[in-house]
Design a protein around this ligand. Structure first.
Ligand code: FES
Ligand code: FES
Length: 1012
């Protein structure tokens, strides 16, 4: 039918089908700022304004919008300079989002902007609560909402006509910057107690949106590194440009759908797709009988994959509810869905294995009986064991024998979802050279190419993987999860194919964090010296062993490395970490930001709290007394390295003590901990306040393995193309990599044209995981920039010397700054002159360089995580009021993007702590199907979030950086758990929660059990 709509002030005629939603009609007409994140009206990514009112366009039929005025983000504003045409520029809301750094992946940004516009159109003087309320219908998984809220408040002020401070380093960011500097403490001391710290004056607490930075005295004064540069992709994302994988129209593109298994464990006796194939509009139906049996691992990791090969694109056996049964490509989504219903499958239902505790017992159903299965290390399909870890450091039994007290307890952590707002999405097509192009929302484009080549029957060289903008990944896209579906269907039909997960598929057929049962035993002397630590983890990898060994290995490698003990134990710690990673008929687990480490810190930090309180020790002093310090050997570095040969590594920098000092001051620990009056809530006798802490460490990349490449090419005007294989999935890595190159080349960031990533054009990079991009890819960028800088200096020296006859200038003495090459006597040529000289005038050459970097070390970031809660002792409700995180991530390249990582990470970790959980029934069917069943935090539900950066200068990196992306995931849950204990003690109870999430029901039951 034909309808007429006013879109962004222009009348349009649309031909729509009866059931077509407004979302689809708008996107089909090129309004790509309208995004898709679910089908059920929960994510808000599809929001538009209809007659000035925010609505979810997925919930409305296009026909119902007839005669109404629709506004999309494209109506707000445009880039101010478009060649000879000058526009009014961006809307103040867009400008504020760009300047404040409110955009990470940017997938929710168009809808957030429209939600904010609806508010400001009616109220130019909103309170923060009103802003949060206005944004509450648009879910954001990246930002923690801190900066979007600040951006809306700033835009409101601009629209009121107020003159705002410029957002540069002299204005807002470093207000209150401490004069105190910090150097890593001398290694090897016997005690890490607080006595060695400088004075305890409470540092000024800044406006929420911006971090406090305690700078390293060894970090030089850089011009671009360390500055709050605007994200290089912010301008396009704030306009809703078609930057994501699904924002691509190709003539004749088919829509793919997958038939998923209704059974947790079954063999396909017979499958008949004949009726589906005959349906008009169906281009292809593929079953296991149509595809070659190529076994592989879906884990997006380097070669060789450190895990078993146990998956097929399609198999004659299904191993979880949601496993693949058949693939369909059709002209429309509706036809594809109809075709799925026409496929007849005769299943032989097999006994399902749903309790990981049963997996290795005799008689358990065997999931992987396929003869093609390829073992890795200790995997054993006959035992349903995907991986086994046995690490002994020192002599644990001797350590226990030397202890005065032994503490032992069991803990449990749940299965949770990455819940990026952009679903998995892939577009595939044959290009004009008969090469398979895969445009996909992935964190690992180079791994996708390598892993898929045998699966598709193509050589690597005939596959090109393009990673456009990514709407969040958090590890969920470190998996070769759906690319093969679209590619098989393109091979079958010869046509372009798009496959996009529904939100239901995200929950039932994607990946998740490994749930684990953990048993921790610790030996302690009466003075608080830890003598031995032993952890056993039973990890449920689900139906396939993707990331099984490495995720669970990191549970011990990072969390069990922090507490080595004191005195002689510090030099020779006793640590045991054993784990079994078992198959069950649950959906597979995989990589999720933090990569196994949050699972380890839940037991470790809950345990440390119990020990400190049982021994009557200050929890902060007890922790610092036993924690790892600079100059000491990473205890696991000689024992384990993700299935590769371990090599010793000494910790070079550790700001943990200062993290504790600063975090303690910011949260007001001394005024709250052990202060009975603070724990009371006036007028609310059912409430108690509590405060808790957790110390954590992560890693930075995988040593001797992770490698990143970068190339830099100089253009005629003195600008540069920086091409990296590194994968910016919303973290801002393109920006920080550009900042490092700009620093070395002496140009503003706007002169670096950063592009990531395309397997045809950008150098190899292992991808975005293991908190490695700033460190690994950044060092590659620095190397490439140094090479380009050298060439510029050489040519500039020649240009500057020429007019003076034979006067020669040592190129090494030429400085690059302010787009100039400047000789020691002050004479200069611009970089544009150098570029023209190189490309057009004299001894012509293309100034460019390519470099790569691999690190022999994985320098850990450290952090102190604090939490304040209110506990309702009548209902068990836990309200987290405040989270403060003090982080040593080395030198901070961009305070906006780095603090955004911490804020967003803390909020994801908060969900892990209190509400997120994926649950299955006795038949293995998931309870969670959408973002209503699975609650992620909304803008109006947030606690106060504060970030403090304690800079150390990591000597293994040219700019002294360490990682920041994953460590915010580690400490929130135990800090909240410890705060709940603290609050309960104030009510005369001792509520020990050992399982997460800490739901009201679980806490209520714990309270009842204490009451007896
Ligand atoms: S796509 Fe409409 S609310 Fe999620
Ligand atoms: S920036 Fe909001 S979902 Fe990524």
């Amino acid at each position: 039918m034909e309808i007429s709509l006013s879109v962004n002030g222009s009348e349009h005629q649309f031909i729509v089908s009866a059931g077509e939603t407004l979302l689809k009609a708008l996107r089909r007409s090129g309004y790509y700022g309208v995004k898709h994140g679910c089908e059920t009206g929960e994510c808000g990514a599809c929001a538009v304004l209809m007659d000035g009112k925010l609505i979810n366009s997925c919930n409305l039929l296009a026909a119902q919008a007839e005669g109404h005025a629709i506004e999309t983000v494209e109506s707000l504003g445009q880039h101010p300079e478009q060649g000879w045409k000058v526009t009014e520029g961006l809307h103040p809301l867009q400008m504020a989002f760009v300047e404040i750094g409110a955009i990470q992946c940017g997938y929710c940004t168009p809808a957030q902007l429209l939600a904010a516009k609806q508010l400001l159109d009616r109220n130019l003087n909103p309170t923060e609560a009103e802003v949060r309320d206005a944004l509450s219908g648009v879910l954001c998984r990246c930002t923690g909402y801190v900066k979007p809220v600040q951006a809306v408040l700033r835009a409101a002020a601009v629209l009121r006509g107020e003159v705002m401070e410029p957002l540069d380093e002299g204005g807002w960011l470093l207000t209150g910057r401490s004069d105190q500097s910090f150097e890593a403490p001398d290694p090897g001391g016997e005690t890490g107690a607080l006595s060695g710290m400088p004075g305890s004056t409470a540092p000024e607490v800044l406006v929420q949106a911006f971090p406090k930075i305690i700078p390293s005295t060894r970090a030089e004064t850089y011009k671009r590194v360390g500055k709050p540069e605007i994200k290089v992709d912010a301008i396009k994302l704030v306009q809703g440009k078609p930057a994501y994988a699904a924002d691509l129209e190709l003539r004749g593109m088919l829509v793919a759908k997958v038939l998923h298994s209704p059974h947790a464990h079954a063999r396909i006796r017979r499958i008949d797709a004949s009726q589906a194939r005959q349906l008009q509009g169906v281009a292809a139906v593929l079953t296991w009988e149509d595809l070659p049996r190529v076994i592989y691992s879906t884990a997006g990791q380097s070669d060789p994959i450190p895990g078993p090969l146990d998956a097929f694109s399609l198999d004659n056996k299904v191993r979880f509810v949601g496993d693949r049964v058949a693939l369909v490509a059709a002209e429309t989504e509706e036809i594809a869905e109809q075709a799925l219903r026409l496929i007849e499958v005769d299943y032989e239902v097999l006994p399902a294995l749903l309790d990981p505790g049963q997996s290795m017992l005799p008689g358990a159903p065997i999931l992987h009986d396929e003869p093609e299965y390829v073992n890795f290390d200790e995997s054993d399909p006959q035992l349903n064991r995907a991986a086994q870890i046995r690490i002994d450091i020192g002599d644990v039994e001797k350590g226990f024998a030397e202890a005065d007290r032994i503490f032992e307890a069991e803990y449990q952590v749940s299965k949770v979802q990455q819940a990026h707002i952009e679903p998995h999405v892939t577009v595939t097509y044959w290009d004009e050279d008969n090469r398979m192009v895969i445009r996909t929302s992935t964190q690992v484009p180079f791994h996708v190419r390598r892993i898929l080549a045998p699966v598709l029957g193509l050589p690597v060289k005939r596959i090109r993987v393009i990673k456009p903008r990514i709407g969040g990944g958090f590890g969920g896209k470190q998996e070769v999860l759906i690319e093969d579906v679209a590619a098989h269907l393109t091979i079958a039909t010869g046509r372009p194919v798009i496959y996009e997960f529904t939100r239901d598929e995200e929950f039932s057929a994607s990946r998740s964090r490994h749930p684990m049962r953990l048993r921790l035993k610790t030996g302690v002397k009466a003075d608080g010296t830890i003598t031995a630590n032993a952890l056993y983890a039973l990890s449920d990898t689900g139906a396939y062993g993707c990331h099984a060994l490495t995720v669970t290995g990191n549970t011990g490698h990072k969390a069990m490395a922090l507490y080595v003990g004191d005195g002689s134990y510090r030099r020779s710690p006793n640590i045991r970490y054993y784990a079994d990673v078992v198959y069950t008929n649950h959906p597979p687990a995989g990589a999720y930001r933090g990569y196994g480490v949050p699972q380890g810190y839940w037991p470790v930090e809950r345990h440390m709290e119990k020990i400190a309180r049982a021994l009557g020790l200050d929890p902060l002093e007890f922790r610092l007394k036993n924690s790892l310090r600079a100059g000491e050997l990473h205890p696991f570095s000689t024992a384990w390295s993700e299935g590769r040969e371990p090599r010793p590594e000494t910790i070079q920098t550790c700001g943990l003590e200062e993290c504790v000092r600063q975090g303690r001051a910011v949260i007001g620990w001394d005024q709250k901990y052990n202060q009975p009056a603070w724990h009371q809530v006036p007028g609310k006798p059912h409430l108690r306040k509590g405060i808790g802490v957790a110390l954590v460490m992560q890693g930075t990349a995988i040593p001797y393995l992770d490698m990143g490449g970068a190339s830099i090419k100089m253009n005629d005007d003195g600008s540069f193309n920086l091409m990296v294989g590194a994968t910016d999935l919303g973290t801002g890595s393109d920006t920080v990599l550009g900042q490092m190159a700009a620093e070395i080349l002496g140009v503003p960031l706007e002169d670096m044209l950063v592009y990531s990533s395309d397997t045809d054009f950008t150098p190899f990079d292992k991808g975005a995981y293991a908190s490695s991009t700033t460190y690994i890819s950044g060092a590659a960028v620095a190397r490439a920039a140094q090479q380009v800088a050298e060439r510029i200096r050489w040519r500039a020296a020649r240009m500057l010397a020429a007019p003076e006859g034979n006067l020669s200038i040592d190129p090494a003495l030429i400085r690059l700054r302010d787009r100039q090459a400047i000789s020691p006597d002050g004479r200069a040529v611009t970089l544009a002159q150098v570029a023209l000289n190189a490309l057009h005038h004299t001894d012509q050459e293309q100034i460019m360089a390519v470099a790569s970097f691999m690190s022999p070390v994985s320098p850990p970031p450290f952090a102190a995580q604090f939490a304040e809660v209110s506990l309702d002792v009548e209902t068990g409700m836990v309200t987290v009021d405040r989270l403060v995180m003090a982080v040593d991530s080395g030198v901070i390249v961009n305070p906006i993007t780095a603090s955004g990582q911490v804020e967003g990470g803390m909020v994801q970790a908060l969900g892990y702590a209190v509400c997120e959980e994926m649950v299955y029934d006795e038949a293995g069917r998931p309870r969670e199907h959408n973002l209503r069943d699975y609650h992620i935090f909304q803008a109006h539900e947030m606690p106060s979030l504060e970030t403090v950066f304690i800079e150390t200068f990591e000597p293994s990196h040219p700019f002294g950086v360490k990682a920041v992306a994953e460590i915010p995931m580690d400490g929130v849950a135990p800090a909240v758990g410890n705060a709940v204990l603290d609050a309960s003690l104030a009510a005369g109870l001792e509520v020990q929660i050992d399982d997460i999430p800490m739901t009201p029901e679980k806490v209520w039951r714990a309270i009842q059990s204490v009451h007896g």
